[in-house]
Design a binder for this molecule. Structure first.
Ligand code: FES
Length: 105
């Protein structure tokens, strides 16, 4: 069972929005797609762009620096089928958003 930590509340991330959160040296990018919260590693694997600041299109986010696209639900990339951004399990309890400290294997 992964260890979870509270990183945000639902009112901080309305539908269609995202938020970058640093915790214990790691950058998490949280997204709200139609009320469903997901979390991926917030640093783009290309050159470290802030994925939480990128424009969203449904379940996809584009890195604001050079446009690499990632699915915010499963971390998949449109560029390369072998490229997958780390994804973190999310639990919502009441208004609180808990995120797993380690990515899903
Ligand atoms: S840093 Fe994200 S696409 Fe270049």
């Amino acid at each position: 069972m992964p260890e979870f930590v509270k990183l945000a509340t639902l009112d901080e991330i309305p539908p269609g929005r995202s938020k970058e959160i640093e915790h214990d040296g790691r950058i998490y990018a949280l997204f709200n797609v139609d009320g469903e919260i997901s979390a991926i590693d917030g640093l783009c694997p290309h050159q470290g762009g802030p994925l939480a600041d990128g424009p969203m299109d449904g379940s996809w986010v584009s890195c604001p620096w050079h446009g690499w696209e990632f699915c915010v639900r499963d971390g998949k990339s449109t560029l390369n089928s072998k490229l997958r951004q780390p994804v973190f399990q999310v639990k919502v309890e009441g208004q609180d958003i808990f995120v797993a400290l380690e990515p899903t294997p």
